[in-house]
Design a protein around this ligand. Sequence first.
Ligand SMILES: [Zn+2]
Length: 135
Amino acid sequence: MSETSASAKQQQSSREKFIASANKGKILANKCTKCGHLVLETVFFCEKCAANKFEPVELGGTGTVVTYTIQAVAPEGFEDAGSYAWVVFKVDNSQLRVSGFLGGIKKPADLPIGSKVKVNGFSPKYGLLIEKLAK
Ligand SMILES: [Zn+2]
């Protein structure tokens, strides 16, 4: 097996692990083993301390809405989704910001900034699926 295909295989499996975590309502991140800095993507060097060792950590999938974009008219291929929002939320107990898909959002009043949301799965079509938590 060549190095290229080995690395592609590793990327594939980290994506599969991320999806498996999302389907359990969690977010899989990488933690720097030296300083504890969390990153979502696979990186080679920690941006805080330049160490190059990371370990996977599963974060609870809850967070707070930071910003979002409402798509009232679904683009081609998304017609079945109705109106929805692409939401960026800050994951609880971390500095990580993650974006996800939240259906049923028609107007800003449906999703005030600061709303609590949680991961509730992963769709091959829409990516990370999230739901709004009742206050
Ligand atoms: Zn670090």
